[in-house]
Design a protein around this ligand. Sequence first.
Ligand SMILES: Cc1cc2nc3c(=O)[nH]c(=O)nc-3n(C[C@H](O)[C@H](O)[C@H](O)COP(=O)(O)OP(=O)(O)OC[C@H]3O[C@@H](n4cnc5c(N)ncnc54)[C@H](O)[C@@H]3O)c2cc1C
Ligand SMILES: *[C@@H]1O[C@H](CO)[C@@H](O)[C@H](O)[C@H]1NC(C)=O
Ligand SMILES: *[C@@H]1O[C@H](CO)[C@@H](O)[C@H](O)[C@H]1NC(C)=O
Ligand SMILES: *[C@@H]1O[C@H](CO)[C@@H](O)[C@H](O)[C@H]1NC(C)=O
Ligand SMILES: *[C@@H]1O[C@H](CO)[C@@H](O)[C@H](O)[C@H]1NC(C)=O
Ligand SMILES: *[C@@H]1O[C@H](CO)[C@@H](O)[C@H](O)[C@H]1NC(C)=O
Length: 532
Amino acid sequence: MTVPMSVAFVLSVLLLLVSCTTSDPLLTNFLQCLPKQHQNFTYPIFETIYTHKNTSFQSVLLGYIRNSRYSTLTTPQPLAIVAAKHKSHVQATVICAKEHGLQIRIRSGGHDYEGLSYVSDVPFVILDMFNLRAIDINVVDESAWVQAGATVGELYYEIANKSKVHGFPAGACPTVGIGGHFSGGGYGPMMRKYGLTVDNIEDAQLVDVKGRILDRKSMGEDLFWAIKGGGGASFGVILSWKIKLLPVPDKVTVFNVKRTPEQDAINVIYRWQYVVPKLPEDIFIRAITRLKNNTEGKKTVEVSFFGLFLGQRDKLVSLIKESFSELGLQRQDCFEMSWVESTVFWANHPFGTPISVLRSRPQGPPNFFKSKSDYVKEPIPKEGIESIWKAMIEMDKVLMQWNPYGGRMAKIPESETPFPHRAGNLFKIQYVTYWAEESSVTSNIHLKFLEKLYEGMTPYVSKSPREAFQNYRDLDIGANLPNKTKFGTARVYGSKYFKGNFDRLVRVKTMVDPQNFFKNEQSIPPLQRETQ
Ligand SMILES: Cc1cc2nc3c(=O)[nH]c(=O)nc-3n(C[C@H](O)[C@H](O)[C@H](O)COP(=O)(O)OP(=O)(O)OC[C@H]3O[C@@H](n4cnc5c(N)ncnc54)[C@H](O)[C@@H]3O)c2cc1C
Ligand SMILES: *[C@@H]1O[C@H](CO)[C@@H](O)[C@H](O)[C@H]1NC(C)=O
Ligand SMILES: *[C@@H]1O[C@H](CO)[C@@H](O)[C@H](O)[C@H]1NC(C)=O
Ligand SMILES: *[C@@H]1O[C@H](CO)[C@@H](O)[C@H](O)[C@H]1NC(C)=O
Ligand SMILES: *[C@@H]1O[C@H](CO)[C@@H](O)[C@H](O)[C@H]1NC(C)=O
Ligand SMILES: *[C@@H]1O[C@H](CO)[C@@H](O)[C@H](O)[C@H]1NC(C)=O
């Protein structure tokens, strides 16, 4: 916990010294451009600009870094951060960065697994969206406008503040940002009922490469399609989304039951694969495998079954008894609560935590972590599951999360949005390994281990391509340099994230940003040309 803070302090002192003696001409030009582009005196732009000379530069930078792997002494830092407070600040930043050859990285909640929203190897500025976080709920219309810098927790809180019978299907982690989360697909425990966030979006506001503000009508259906899961950062800056509010019952039921190998966990999780993806769409049961010391102090695994049922306890218990008796779910395992309280439960807070916790922003430095994803189309045999467990037990600080598909997910055509992983998938796997201290030795041990685990999973998961979830960003599956986009490389990661939708994403990109201004290591390239 103390390491990143002292790192930050040393860095800020170093950088203060550096920036007092040298001034980067790129930065100077960019800073001189901004006020010329920006004429709205009600919202002065200088109040939003942080350079290394501002004492709060480091705290603003660190405030939305959610993976400590990308805040070390060697991590490149931006020349400046523009923490936009008004749409016109976003427009000016895009225009001036383009004019002066600076790359921009757009950051909303900063949860990108590989830090692409706040790190680049070339001179860059961060366009930070955390100040643009208004949420405007319209219960009569059953819709809401949400700015990109809001978090999903704030959205859940605001919906519940206006209605007890509406909800929205988005992620389980309340601090995730609307900007990245929605444009990367976005899923949560209501996805079997309502699909992804992007299946429930009605409109959006975006600043394009020319600095214009477009909505669904003026951007056209192709670009609107692309930003709903194709990754916003390739196409423009999303200012806000208009979402559909969806009905939820006034009481839902949750549970979290744990099974160890001694309690026949192998059979329960094996059956989970056959049963849970076919259950009624009102039920979602996530299975998380973690390491645990058993009563003899020996390392073993434990599987948690986390459930959400959009209905009442008695109905859930009888349904599970009938179709998934192996789980052994009892009435006393189940808790009825409002939908918004269930989002607090899914965020791992203890029972009784007030829902105001949904509005808290990230606090303190996060872990170091690395994550990967897979899709499973055929149940994994018991021997397979046992070999995964064996591999996990050789490691520490690792977990594996299985998220069931089916329900509404299987009914939406693959080309409806850029997110292609629909029918034919039983579930998605997320692997995570994490550690607490900055050490290249520790980090290498964990990264190597995860690579080996992923390797070992090959026989059980999707093939050609081996599919991956874009919101679980993973640079190992293919990545470009930040300043050189090779089409062939982009096709490698693009087909894993988007399958056949990659080609349409490329056509949209070619139309709206042919010079490839909006780019990162895993962005969508314009057609068949290498760009600088
Ligand atoms: C603890 C944790 C829990 C998570 N849980 C879930 C979950 O339950 N479900 C799920 O689907 N995902 C989950 N994720 C993944 C998460 O959805 C993605 O990391 C998502 O991209 C985060 O969005 P962000 O705005 O916080 O991230 P950022 O790091 O700010 O952005 C991510 C990407 O989107 C781009 N971007 C951000 N804002 C904009 C914008 N306004 N316009 C254009 N491009 C933009 C960035 O440049 C970057 O490429 C989780 C991640 C973490 C760390
Ligand atoms: C500044 O922004 C406000 C709010 O969006 C708007 O009402 C006003 O017209 C703008 N002023 C100028 C000079 O563009
Ligand atoms: C950063 O410092 C400059 C120069 O002192 C100042 O004009 C600006 O307002 C500061 N930025 C913020 C966000 O306070
Ligand atoms: C791209 O950036 C790298 C540093 O990451 C640099 O060495 C290289 O010269 C750059 N290439 C171009 C074409 O700008
Ligand atoms: C809505 O939010 C406001 C402000 O946080 C709070 O005072 C009020 O009690 C909330 N109302 C409901 C119904 O939750
Ligand atoms: C198991 O016990 C070891 C040794 O006491 C400890 O270091 C480790 O953190 C424990 N693991 C878990 C998952 O509790």
